[in-house]
Every structure is written in structure tokens, then in C-alpha cells.
Design a protein around this ligand. Sequence first.
Ligand code: HEM
Length: 392
Amino acid sequence: MTTAVTPEVLTDPELHAHGDPHEVWRWMRRHAPVHRHPATALPAFWSMTRYDDVRAVYRDPETFSSRHGVLLRPVDRGVDPGGGLTLALSDPPRHKQLRAVVADWFSTRAVRDLEETTLQAVRDVLDRLPADGTCEFAHDVAGRLSMYLIGGIIGVPRHDHERLFRWTNEAFAAGVSLAAHQDLMRYFIDLMGRRTAEPTDDLVSALLGGTIDGELLTEEEILLNCENIIGATENGGLAVAGGMLALVQHPDEWRRLAEDPEALPGAVEEILRWTSSATHSMRTATRDCEVAGQTIAAGDRVVLWVPSANRDEDVFPEPYRFDVGRSPNRHLALGSGEHFCLGATLARSQMRLLLKELLERTARIELCGPVHRISSIAVSGPESLPLRLVPR
Ligand code: HEM
């Protein structure tokens, strides 16, 4: 094998912040689509980079389990505490039962009913910006909007949304899990106490009343699932910020949208494909099997590189072109199969309504400082995006 590129660099977060992982993935799709990485601080794993292989693994939860973790994790950090307990880290049949407890809150209908609230949250967030429209878009707009929306669904009162946003930012900045953030956990335990005494129409109340095999969920399961859902919204913010950056870098595509707002739903799909903000998903093989001629043994970890699948030239014509009119666009940015993103409809609606409002309010959007991409192998996108949203 000619190693023009070393696949091992993929586990270096700095490559994702400052380098070009797409160059590595393009080479791997062609020369080593199912590649074995030796153990380092991370355990050994197989990389999958082609669309068909990534999709097939996502859609076979019997062979590829989520129970032992869905993200690469240094060996010295031990097993993921959510294993077998959270939605993302459960296998069928338990997964289906747990998903049924929360699914109603994220259905197409629920999100459509939330449209007015979402639009109000978009306006609240934009109204907080200074009159000249200068902002740190990733934090001030994209991150804040994601947190306000999920806060409302979970049952956090509106006057506490900013507090929730600050705590989750602190946790992410310190690189700790949300569960390790004392104030946040105390807040949720208190919220659960209030909802136990007086259930209402929110996700925490639904989790408190939810059962699996006739048993109520434990307090730990409820807390871990809230953490899972809040943590997953980071993706929403990164995709929105990444989409905005793409539109600033492709002003013709922004003009296309300004002239034809009907094109917005298609643009949202292209932003999801282009940004692929969930960089990888991991699975653990439950039996020996073969993928693209490579033998994978029971117990082996398999890593699906989503941005690579979404640039696969066998599926997407001109995959490196950002085209808001792309059709068909069967990207895998939100996963596929059993674990297909729970927040998919919400994420799409949030992005569409924000873009619609920005197209109406702004004369143009300018980059006004350096962009910094997040240093991570789990999520990708701009963590800092200084923009000026020049008002009409
Ligand atoms: C554009 C933004 C988003 C992207 C790119 C994204 C991506 C993904 C992907 C790739 C998966 C599959 C993971 C796997 O199979 O291992 C997933 C699952 C999930 N996502 Fe999202 N997500 C986004 C927004 C959200 C939001 C806003 C929420 C909030 C509710 C959310 C909650 C979840 C949950 C709970 C799961 C696990 C579902 C299950 O295991 O059944 N996501 N997401």
C-alpha cells in the first residue's frame, strides 16, 4: 500500500482544527476504505470512510452495538457511564422502548407545533445583538439558540435558559462531561423534584413517568438522558455556525436563497451534508463479520467517519461543491437506522427559521475576524465565527 497519507493522523484533534481531514478521508476512500488503526491512548479500531459501508453499519445494530460507547474515548478514562442507560448508548430492544418515552417531544408534529416558539427564540437571540450586528456568531447566535430551544423542551423555565447556556459552555470549555458540572446537576435534580411533585407538559415529566418493561426509569437514567440530549445539541449549534460560514464563503449561494426562499429546506440539507458536524460514530462488533473484504472480529471497535461518507464521490456528484440546490441529497449527517438523530426535525426547523429571519433582516453578512474551528475528533465546526450581520 502506498502511504501518501497516514490515516493515523485522523485521531489528532489538531488536524480537525487546523489541517484538512478531507484530504485524508479522500485518500482512504480510494486506498484503504476499511482501515485498522493500532491502539494508542485510544483503543484500536477500524475506520470506515465510504458511504455504503457507513450506512450499512448504522443500519445493523444487531451486529454493531452502541452499548459500549458511540465515541472514541481514551482507554484510561474507562467505560462510558451512559453505557446501556442512555438512548444513544442502548441496543434493541431496550433502545426502542426508551426512544418511545421521549420520541413524541421531537416528532414532526411536535416540532411544527413549536414553530412559533422557535421563531420567537430566533428573534430573542438576534434582538440581543448590538445595533451594528457585530457578533461572535457561533456563541451569541448559534449556540445560544440551540440551548434556548432544548431548554424549553426539557422543561427549564425561560428565565433560566441563559443560566443553562452558561453552565453548558463552562462544561464544554473545561472539557468535562455535563454530569461533572455540579451546578447543572443540582439544578436538574431540583427540577426533577419539582416535576415529581407537580408533573407538567415537558420532557423531564415524560422521563419521570416513563417505563421500560414496566419499571420506572431511575434518577440516574433520567439525568444521564437529559445530559445526552443537552450534549447532542452542541451539534445543532456547530452545524448552524458552519452553515453560516459556508454561506459567507459562497456569496452566490446566499444570493440564490435571498432570491428564492423556497429553496431553504434544500439549503438546510446541503448545510447538514457540508458541515457534517458529528464527525464520527463508533460501534462495537457483536460477532465476527466481513466489511469490504476485511474481517472484523467480535469485540472490535468500528468508527464511522460521517464527513467522509458525505463527500463520497460515488454517491454525490461534485462532492466538494457547496450547492444549496443539490438534489438528491441523501446525506448521513444525522445518522441512519435505529439511532437516527432524535433531534433531526428540531435541528432542521431551527436552521431554516434562523436563515429565513436573517435573509429578511440583513442586507449582507460579513466576516470580521479570524475563524477558529473546534479542536475535536467528535464534533466539527467553527467555535469562533466573528460576523457582522449588517441590518437592512
Ligand atoms: C445539526 C445538528 C445535529 C447533528 C448533525 C446530529 C447528528 C446526530 C447523529 C449522527 C446521530 C447518530 C449517532 C449514532 O448513531 O451513534 C445522532 C443521534 C442523536 N441525536 Fe443528533 N444531531 C443534531 C442535532 C441534535 C439535536 C438538536 C438533538 C436534541 C434533541 C439531538 C439529539 C440526538 C440524540 C438523543 C441522539 C441519539 C438517538 C438514539 O440513539 O436513538 N441531535 N445525532
